[in-house]
Ligand binder design. Structure first.
Ligand SMILES: [Zn+2]
Ligand SMILES: [Zn+2]
Length: 292
C-alpha cells in the first residue's frame, strides 16, 4: 500500500531539516530538491499502476539465475500523473536561478502549445532513445540534460511504484549476490549500513533497496578485502566513501546508526557532492549516472 502523503513527505522534510543544519552551505541545493521531492511525493499519491504480470516460469528462472526481474523498457508509467508532475517540475525548475531555468521554461511552453507529446517522450525515455531526445532538444533549442532531468524526475514515482509491486516476488531473506538491482538491473546509487551492520544498496534508477554483502564492489563484483577499502570523511561520522582498487570506482555510503536521523536515499545522494569531490581528488570514478 502507498504510504500516506503526510508521513512520507513529513519524513523527507524532517531529513531535509537535519541536513540543512549540518550543511548550511547547501541551502540552495536543498531548497531546490525539497520542491522536487515533495512534488514527487504528492504525485506518488496520485500514481496508479496495474501490477506487471510475470509468469511463474519466468519468475523462477530469473530468481534462480539472479537476473533482474524486468528490463527498463518494461516499466509501466501512469502517464496522467507523470504528465501533471512534468508540468509542475517545469515550473519549479524555471523558477530557479540556475542554468536549467531557461530550458525548463521553453519545455513547459512547448507542452502547453501541444508541441511536445509527453506520452511519446516517456516511452522514448524508457527505450533510452537518445536520438529522439536530441531531436526534441534541437527543435526546441533547449538543453538535452534539462529535458532528461525533468522526464526522469516525472516518471520516478511510477518507477518506484512498479519496483515496490515487483519486490513482493522476492523472498527478502535470500541474499542477492549481484551488484545490480534485482528489479531493473541498474547499478546502486548509494550504500547504506543499518542495524547490526547489515548493508543495503539503493538502485540508481528505480530506488529499490536490497540487502547486499558487507565487503563487495557492485561495479566489478570484487569481494577481496585487500583491494576494497574506504575513506572516512572528516567531521562526518555517518558518511564514508567505499572504493575499489580493482575497477577504480566508488560508492557513497551512509551509516544510519551514526546518522541518527531520517534517511531518504535520493536525498543522501544529492546532499553529498563533497564525497564526489573527495573521490575525484583521490582518483576514483563514479560507477553510475543518476538521472534525476
Ligand atoms: Zn532498480
Ligand atoms: Zn570494483
Amino acid at each position: 500500500m502507498p504510504e500516506n502523503t503526510d508521513s512520507s513527505s513529513g519524513r523527507i522534510l524532517s531529513a531535509l531539516e537535519e541536513i540543512r543544519k549540518l550543511k548550511p552551505n547547501y541551502s540552495d541545493l536543498l531548497d531546490f530538491y525539497e520542491k522536487i521531492f515533495i512534488a514527487q511525493e504528492d504525485s506518488a499519491n496520485q500514481t496508479r499502476i496495474e501490477p506487471l504480470k510475470i509468469s511463474a516460469d519466468t519468475l523462477a528462472l530469473k530468481v534462480k539465475e539472479q537476473f533482474p526481474l524486468i528490463d527498463i523498457s518494461q516499466f509501466a508509467i501512469d502517464s496522467k500523473a507523470a504528465a501533471a508532475l512534468f508540468k509542475n517540475l517545469c515550473e519549479i525548475v524555471q523558477q530557479t536561478s540556475g542554468a536549467m531555468s531557461k530550458s525548463a521554461g521553453a519545455i513547459g511552453k512547448a507542452v502547453e502549445a501541444g508541441k511536445l507529446d509527453l506520452e511519446t517522450l516517456f516511452a522514448a525515455f524508457l527505450k533510452s532513445d537518445e536520438e529522439y531526445f536530441q531531436k526534441v532538444s534541437d527543435e526546441l533549442k533547449i538543453d538535452n540534460k534539462t529535458l532528461g532531468f525533468i522526464v526522469y524526475s516525472s516518471v520516478k514515482p511510477s518507477l518506484a511504484r512498479c519496483a515496490e509491486q515487483l519486490s513482493t516476488h522476492f523472498d527478502k531473506n535470500l541474499p542477492w549476490e549481484k551488484g545490480y538491482c534485482p528489479i531493473c538491473g541498474s547499478p546502486p546509487a548509494i550504500s547504506i549500513f543499518e542495524e547490526n551492520g547489515k548493508r543495503f544498496f539503493s538502485c540508481s534508477f528505480c530506488w529499490h533497496k536490497w540487502a547486499t554483502k558487507r565487503i563487495f564492489c557492485p561495479f566489478c563484483d570484487n569481494t577481496d578485502h585487500n583491494t576494497l577499502h574506504y575513506f572516512e570523511i572528516e567531521s562526518e561520522e555517518e558518511h564514508r566513501l567505499d572504493v575499489c582498487d580493482k575497477c577504480g570506482k566508488y560508492i557513497k555510503t551512509v551509516d544510519t546508526r551514526k546518522a541518527g536521523r531520517e534517511i531518504y536515499p535520493p536525498l543522501e545522494y544529492i546532499s553529498t557532492p563533497h564525497l564526489d569531490i573527495k573521490a575525484a581528488e583521490t582518483g576514483f570514478k563514479s560507477g553510475i549516472e543518476v538521472g534525476f
